[in-house]
Design a protein around this ligand. Sequence first.
Ligand code: PEP
Ligand code: MG
Length: 580
Amino acid sequence: METEHGIPVGPGIAIGPAFLLEAEGVRIPRHYVSEDEIEGEISRLDEAISEAQDELEALAEHVSKKAGPKVAEIFSAHAAMLRDEYLCQEFRDRIRQKKYAAEFAVAHTMGQWRSAFQEDSFLASRAPDLDDLERRVLLHLLGARREELGTLKTDVILAAHDLRPSQIVTLDPDHVKGIVMDAGGPTGHTAIIASALGIPAVVGLGSVSARLTGGDTVIVDGEKGLVIIGPDEETIKTYRQRRDQAAKTEQTLLAEVRDLPAETKDGHRVDILANIESPREVARAIEHGAEGIGLYRTEFLYLTSESIPSEERHFDAYMEAIEKLDGRPITIRTVDLGGDKFGGVGSPEPERNPFLGRRSIRYCLEHPDLFRDQLRAILRASVHGNVRVMFPMVSGIEELLAVQLILKELQNEFQQAGRAFDHKMQVGMMVEVPSAAVYADALAQYVDFFSIGTNDLIQYTLAIDRTNEHVADMYQPLHPAVLRLLRMTIDAAHNAGIYVSLCGEMGSDIMYALLLLGLGIDELSVAPTWLVPEIKKIIRNVSYKTARDVADEILNMSEVNRAVARLAEVNRDLLPMLFR
Ligand code: PEP
Ligand code: MG
């Protein structure tokens, strides 16, 4: 029995057999072989390489006839890479010297080449070629043993070095019972989606995927951030009991507050909404008492589609959500591609610093046709429900005016064509870049609401990549600079007479609910939805006056550690039923 410590990101506990996945969704059945299997592995590898080469050469010939020699060059270049003795020798060396199974030798070598490519400004744009090549060789190696994640028939614990948000969003939560990952930080989108799907997950584990073999029994403790490999019977029994007890407590709380508002003892109300990545999550949010959708991350339409989503595809997705919401509000965020959300259709080219690059509305302004399709779909949907729209990653007034101008032009177009749209649809912006928080007073004059994205606001304020496990412990929502930005944003909104929501993960951590209430937040949009009852319970059990005093006290502290300790103490005193 071996226990690994990581970052807890998905709720609850899962127990099951490991399913190892490598880059591009290919399963690696095992990592190591015995001494007498080595030569057999090398023959398997050589055979797979030769099959992949034949396939690439045939493809190059076919494409050359269909689309000309220029396009076919991609495949000839891939075939040439596989003829590179240096690369193939590295695969073989790993099998001979480290006793890696052939699949793992390929995945591991390609992973290292990929990192080297990504660090080189000249080669970075070729890194996706390595993904392609790796996938092709692996598929030949796996042959009939191939099992795809999308067609799982039994329950598994998914283990991987890293998973892209686009991979995780298509998982089948009926069979993927838990997730463990070597890489990743607490507010990376892989973590966010695991949590939204209600899958217990632990990330930032360092090298857990290399220590696991497919089929190993694993316990994922998504509350404490532990992964137990090969647990004994006693440990499995204890965890099963904990899992059942947690489910019972959740049900009791849900029955108690589900249909009640989040209103303090002295009558101050906060709206509690939910974050979603897909309309399929709406029903679950409502079942848990969410009063609407405060953030719909529409970029997932791109990350899960085979082709660029058309206006119609956007419209259908919005209508699906609107119908399920039955009059409750939905805040549709325009696409926020880039950062860690790439790899689907129409994604930005890989960049050296994707979080600081052509992400989000920068990307939309560079691709106005794509942006217009989405806005048209939103305008059309606006007459069917309580729709609001918001723009992500706004860093300045010029950008905000530029996107608003496009929206205005489309509204005029609709008007002239006599097409229906909601003339009073609220238009808001996310405050998630520090520059926007610092001059929120000016920006507030141009919008109907703010929504604070603490995931990015913290990332950009404290200069910590939200997907990087090595700086995950520097993610500090109670950092005095972050708290000042929150206060500035909330006060600026209220002074301008607009409301302010918060949809980053900070709002989904019950530890901060009292503080955010005291800072004057009007709406919280949270994920996972099972937290909605807990947050309602907290707000219903305190007075607004007390929460404001707590916020003032915490805001006056200059050290994070003291603020963390004090808030934990206050939470325990005021709400002993939730904080022990
Ligand atoms: C945020 O940045 O806090 C946010 C809610 O947006 P996303 O996590 O999609 O970047
Ligand atoms: Mg964001």
